[in-house]
Design a protein around this ligand. Structure first.
Ligand code: ATP
Ligand code: MG
Length: 571
């Protein structure tokens, strides 16, 4: 195996990956000049839903191998089934691929643009005696097809004459038959051990308008018939698809051989599966339709648009995909690995800010009422180039409610308790003297004092404090809504076995906090800007709902990296 260095936007982070079998095949084909040095791949989504991270594995592979070899990758909409397809999906798919950093240039195609050509190819097969019109009902067709252990039976319509087939197929095309009345089938072998080769259907009658073709067509090609032709027409060299199509490859080859047209080669790689996640479009659609989530771009969805809204970066997703690699056997990836690459990327790029999610007011009794002290705060602990910013300090502040206890519950609790001195991040040492309670006995305010000598967070006499907590000026801070997201599924394999994946939905996967307070500098943070709220996690300005008047942040991820821990234990 050859080791190559995958380019990374951050050079220091670039990690070695092992060359996968797809890249090996392409390198060999280039060496033997198999396609005159051409590498042409394609990503063929069906526009019947939004793209998810599994699709990202497929399109990153196709775009990357094309780019690495100065080749071309086509974006081809496989829009051959009018009943489920919509323009909304066509647009969303393009936006998502672009956001992920890929560019198909001029090479945007629609399978539906080849309908006429495919129809003519079908007539060629009929003329060769290799396709026939079959009038069996769907149920009869199933019966005749046999099973994995029993051969199928020939359809009684199999031996229609070429003239009759040509005539009937034209009538199908002209709309003279009702839906379901008949189909066009390839004449291959009803006893084949491969069920896909038992006279597969090439065309069925569907009287639904097409999103691009209108009602021009009432016969639509099946996936198997269409796909190889699309690849052939576009001059694809390496047709990369997921493992479940391996069984279809003999049919892919049969069609192209019988037609004697340009013949790309199909290669299969393993689909991406991730635990605690569903990656089938059908199931994702039902989460949307049943309002379990708020749309395809809900920040809990594994769709590209959902991950984007959640605060994922394209770089983190791409690094994850590079690191899992391309293999020929199925496996399931731990979601904490995806989260690990996300944290790694966010850790490098996110400025640190202060935000209090659950505010508790504190008053510094020995601090002048009108005074505003402007303190300097570092934007990144390891990256001085990210500079500093100003944060205002005032007599009344908010701290996190969980950062105070009247009495320390145990030795680990290093935060504020009555009588203890701690540090306010970037600011001063403070001591809490009293907790004010309401009639219900709840703490509503703390009375504290500060040491003016400790400005910037250290004492001239060298004394130390155990804890440092975050805070925001009550007077200058700005309110924000913060949405805390958790995994959408509480079971590791929601799609396993016979159970309904809906039963595994985590009902507490979204918690909305109102009245959080963040430092004033965030007021004009643009949509999609990302921050680390110190001690809380990584957050992004929601691209749909946030405005300067009503800031909305989504929590992208907490700080604790479980995958890194697992790795450490294993090594
Ligand atoms: P689903 O099964 O979720 O409906 P699909 O395969 O029907 O997905 P398409 O729009 O046909 O969706 O997929 C376009 C391409 O993406 C195909 O080549 C398919 O093999 C690939 N793909 C889909 N899901 C995954 C996945 N989980 N991992 C890798 N590739 C995938
Ligand atoms: Mg598909």
């Amino acid at each position: 195996m050859v080791e190559i260095n995958i380019e990374n936007n951050n050079e220091e982070k670039s990690e070695k990956v092992t060359q996968d079998f797809v890249r090996t095949i392409i390198a060999e084909d280039l060496a033997s000049n198999k396609h005159d040095g051409r590498v042409v791949t394609r990503f063929p989504p069906e526009p019947n839903g939004y793209l998810h991270i599994g699709h990202a594995k497929a399109f990153c592979l196709n775009f990357a191998v094309a780019k690495e070899n100065s080749g071309q990758c086509n974006l081809r909409f496989d829009d051959t089934n009018p009943s489920k397809e919509e323009t909304e999906y066509v647009e969303a798919i393009q936006e998502d691929i672009k956001w992920m950093g890929w560019d198909w240039g001029e090479n945007l195609f629609y399978a539906s643009d080849y309908f006429q050509k495919m129809y003519e190819y079908a007539i060629d097969l009929v003329k060769k005696g290799k396709a026939y019109v079959c009038d069996l009902s769907a149920e009869q067709t199933r019966e005749y097809r046999g099973t994995l252990t029993e051969p199928g039976k020939n359809s009684p319509y199999r031996d229609r004459s070429i003239e009759e087939n040509l005539d009937l197929f034209k009538k199908m095309h002209d709309g003279e038959f009702d839906e379901g009345a008949c189909v066009l089938r390839a004449k291959i072998d009803m006893t084949s051990g491969n069920m896909n080769m038992r006279d597969p259907i090439m065309y069925r009658i569907i009287k639904i308008p097409h999103h691009r073709q209108g009602d021009k067509w009432c016969i639509y090609p099946t996936y198997d018939w269409a796909h190889g032709l699309e690849d052939s027409i576009e001059g694809i060299t390496h047709s990369l698809c997921s493992l479940e199509f391996a069984e279809h490859r003999p049919l892919y080859d049969w069609y192209l051989d019988e037609l004697d047209v340009y013949h790309p080669r199909q290669y299969e790689f393993a689909r991406l599966n991730i635990n605690y996640t569903v990656l089938s479009k059908r199931n994702l659609r039902s989460l949307v339709e049943k309002n379990i989530v708020q749309g395809w771009d809900d920040p809990r969805m594994p769709t590209i648009s959902g991950l984007r809204r959640r605060g994922y970066t394209p770089e983190a997703i791409r690094t994850f995909i590079e690191q899992i690699g391309v293999a020929k056997t199925q496996s399931t990836v731990d979601v904490s690995m995806l989260e690990h690459f996300l944290r790694q990327d966010l850790n490098d790029r996110c400025p640190r800010v202060l935000c209090v999610l659950d505010p508790l007011k504190i008053v510094i009794d020995n601090y002048p009422e009108d005074k505003v002290d402007i303190l300097q705060a570092q934007n990144h602990p390891k990256d001085p180039d990210m500079g500093t910013r100003e944060v205002p300090f005032t007599r009344e502040l908010y701290i996190e409610r969980s950062d105070f206890m009247e009495v320390a519950p145990n030795k680990k609790f290093k935060r504020l308790v009555i009588g203890r001195e701690i540090r306010l991040r970037y600011a001063y040492f403070i001591t809490c003297n009293e907790a004010i309670k309401n009639e219900a006995g709840e703490i509503v305010e703390l009375r504290c004092t500060y040491d003016p000598e400790t400005r910037g967070g250290s004492a001239p006499d060298g004394r130390k404090v155990k804890g440092t907590i975050h805070w925001v000026s009550a007077e200058k801070g700005i309110p924000a809504e913060i949405r805390l997201y958790d995994r959408l599924f509480k079971e590791e394999s929601p799609e396993a076995g016979n159970r309904d994946f809906m039963e595994c939905v985590n009902e507490n996967s979204c918690e909305i906090l109102q009245g959080c307070i963040c430092e004033p500098g965030l007021k004009n943070a643009p949509a999609e800007s990302r921050f680390q709220f110190e001690r809380q996690g990584y957050f992004v300005v929601d691209r749909m709902d946030s405005t300067p008047e009503n800031l909305v942040f989504n929590r992208t991820i907490t700080l604790r990296d479980t995958w890194a821990k697992i790795q450490k234990k294993m090594t």
